[in-house]
Design a protein around this ligand. Structure first.
Ligand code: SR1
Ligand code: MG
Length: 400
């Protein structure tokens, strides 16, 4: 494992993180620096270094040479830190308003030093506490339209796009998604993790060759369709926000992938939060799905009209074809993400915290059913509002 043998690499401690901040001259000399490791994700260390005199801070994120959620038995490349910082810088060049400022990167130490945005909430946690973010849908729709359009063949031209694509070859992290999102949940695999009450539904899914064919088609799109630079893991834990601001973080899964993937992952995590709520608490989230897609669609078309270099750009129906297919793919990807977050290795708090246990099982059963329907019916679900019908229809099967 070359990453672990890298002699310059050492996992930081809180004390070392302060020394690094001092070495980088990111604080005035008279600062009173303290540091806390605050990472609660699956893979990395995250340190917040703060000047106690004025509470101003920075974030130091460091990749570990293994997946934190599993331990040292699951080695993981440190190159993901380089991909992460590179993606932040690339996205910031097209959409700086939604990306934290990067102050320093160190490939050997696998470190990215960036703006402290502790005044923002992790959106998943905010949703669990029933908060709404009125700008979120516009911001995410705009971010996806700008970054996906400006990193595509249509904006860059095929040659420049391929040069950019080379810098985002990310096989190890793509492999995690290929396995954990698109493969293992659909087979009896030892990374799966689910309540015994779901066994019957899961067995039916493993026997469902029609579903498996559709998942295989979606996996093929993920493996092969290099539309533009995507985030690669845009769940609600990768977004921080308040009422006015939205920032996208955790870009280590970034690569040149299919246009519908990030939207699909975002939809799935909104739907899982919807399923965890009572009827009268869902409106904001349902609208969020529709508004995100509408903003994305409108913004992408506008950028296409003003900036496309493609010879066929003005051919009637071409951009509409791209967006129609992107929506269908997003719906299918959302289905895969919902299923893996319910029965796969990496769960979400939105579902796991539900009490009592019987209700958790009902909601998880519904999540599997909604996921399946989104996958197999994705070509006929042509508008975001149709997702609400799928939710309602599936819920009728499992009493709430
Ligand atoms: C072992 S990594 C598990 C999950 O955490 C990341 O956030 C990705 O979603 C990955 O699938
Ligand atoms: Mg992450």
């Amino acid at each position: 494992m070359s990453s672990i043998q890298n002699t310059n690499y050492q996992p930081l401690t809180e004390k070392n993180a302060i020394s690094l901040a001092q070495k980088l001259n990111l604080f005035p000399e008279q600062s009173l620096l303290t540091c806390k490791e605050i990472g609660d994700g699956n893979l990395n260390l995250v340190f917040r270094v703060v000047d106690e005199r004025n509470n101003k801070g920075i974030i130091i994120k460091q990749a570990l040479p293994y997946a934190k959620v599993i331990g040292e038995s699951w080695p993981l490349t440190l190159k993901r830190a380089t991909i992460e910082s590179h993606a932040l810088l690339t996205f910031a060049s097209y959409c700086p308003e939604h990306i934290p400022k990067v102050y320093y990167t160190d490939d050997k130490l696998a470190v990215t030093v960036m703006e402290d945005l502790s005044h923002l909430d992790i959106v998943r946690k905010g949703f669990i506490n029933k908060k709404s973010y009125p700008s979120l849908s516009t911001h995410i729709g705009t971010f996806l339209a700008k970054t996906l359009f400006f990193t595509s063949d249509y904006a860059l031209g095929a040659e420049k796009k391929k040069q950019l694509q080379k810098q985002f070859v990310n096989p190890e992290l793509c492999r995690i998604t290929e396995d954990l999102v698109f493969t293992n949940p659909f087979f009896n695999h030892d990374t799966n993790n689910y309540e015994k009450e779901l066994q019957e539904n899961i067995q039916a899914m493993w026997n469902d060759s029609f579903l498996k064919l559709e998942v295989a088609k979606l996996k093929k799109i993920f493996l092969t369709q290099a539309d533009g630079i995507i985030h690669g893991d845009l769940h609600t834990g990768s977004i921080i926000a308040n009422e006015e601001e939205t920032k996208i973080i955790d870009t280590e899964f970034s690569f040149c992938g299919p246009i519908g993937f990030d939207m699909g992952i975002f939809f799935a995590n909104l739907i899982l939060q919807i399923l965890s709520r009572k009827d009268n608490e869902r409106n904001y989230l349902s609208n969020c799905i529709e508004d995100t897609w509408d903003t994305f669609n409108t913004t992408f078309v506008k950028l296409w009209k003003n900036h496309s270099l493609e010879a066929f750009a003005e051919v009637e129906g071409f951009v509409e074809h791209i967006l129609t297919q992107a929506f269908a793919d997003a719906v299918g990807f959302a289905g895969c993400e919902m299923i893996r977050r319910t029965i796969g290795l990496a769960h979400v708090e939105d579902l796991d915290r539900i009490t009592p246990h019987e209700r958790k099982i009902q909601v998880k059963s519904t999540a599997l059913e909604v996921g399946r329907t989104l996958i197999v019916n994705r070509q006929s679900l042509t508008h975001a509002s149709a997702i609400q019908d799928v939710i309602q229809h599936s819920e009728r099967r499992f009493v709430r």
